[in-house]
Design a protein around this ligand. Structure first.
Ligand code: F6R
Length: 260
């Protein structure tokens, strides 16, 4: 696991955007896994600025991590709408290459199976962008999720519904169920890039980076990933015991790999 500590949210977004831009430069038809919520917003902003400066993302395919069950796609907080507003339009993605699981499907299990098949047909995810919940979830894989789970229906933890109530008019409006890529699905991505900002994520970051691999803190499954990078600002890094070592490794890597 590579842990990179930066000053604040803007720097975290800039670094994540630089990694994505590097991938797209090498592979213009790259397959990106995209996240919703507040964590990736600075990354999308920074990528949009790179697009203004000439970065072409029109051949990139994108697969969202998750979607609520039971809210209309045109609801402003459905992940269909969020991905369209925060990623597709500002980044100039081709909507026909952007996929979000359908939380309105009549047969949700079949939709989940089909979503996995669509990811496989696209050649798999090259880089999965992730945020993390305060309880350690990635995607909507809540604590106790199987470490090898695939895309499926999940029940959101009450704490997650409370955290996400800020996006809705009232807490009751936050859906109870969702479709989410599984932890096994996320592990299949060729690279994983998790961005976390702020004090509220500090415990989760310490647990997933330095604690045991455990379904109690689902993001800890990234310790099993061959190319996982965790980008955190100072506040989100504040409970890491080995933060001096992570800074040291980044400094020293620059000597042999100046572009990193
Ligand atoms: C979103 C997702 C979630 C969020 C997490 C953090 O697609 O999969 O895991 O990344 O809930 O949310 P924010 O970024 O709003 O704190």
């Amino acid at each position: 696991m590579e842990v990179v500590i930066v000053d604040g949210p803007a720097e975290a977004g800039a670094l994540a955007a630089a990694r994505i831009a590097e991938l797209v430069a090498a592979k213009p038809s790259a397959v990106l896994g995209v996240a919703t919520g507040s964590s990736p917003l600075e990354t999308y902003r920074s990528l949009a600025a790179r697009r203004d400066a000439g970065l072409d993302l029109s051949r990139v395919s994108a697969f969202a991590l998750d979607e609520y069950v039971g809210i209309r796609h045109d609801h402003p907080e459905s992940y269909h709408a969020v991905i369209e507003r925060e990623a597709v339009r500002p980044l100039g993605l081709d909507p026909s290459r952007v996929h979000v699981p359908d939380g309105l499907a009549a047969d949700l299990d079949a939709e989940c199976e089909d979503y996995e098949a669509r990811i496989a047909a696209a050649g798999g995810v090259d880089l999965q962008l992730l945020g993390i919940g305060a309880n350690g979830h990635i995607g909507f894989n809540e604590p106790s999720s199987s470490l090898s789970s695939r895309t499926r229906v999940k029940t959101l933890a009450p704490a997650t519904r409370e955290d996400n109530a800020r996006f809705f008019d009232s807490a009751d409006e936050v859906p109870v169920h969702c479709l989410t890529q599984g932890l096994g699905t996320i592990l299949d991505a060729r690279r994983a890039l998790l961005v976390a900002q702020g004090e509220s994520k500090a415990r989760a970051i310490a647990e997933i980076v330095e604690g045991p691999v455990s379904a109690r803190w689902p993001g800890s499954v990234l310790q099993l990933h061959r190319r996982a990078t965790i980008v955190v600002d100072e506040a989100a890094a504040s409970q890491l015991e080995l933060s001096d070592y992570y800074r040291h490794t980044v400094e020293h890597r620059r000597i042999v790999q100046p572009g990193v």
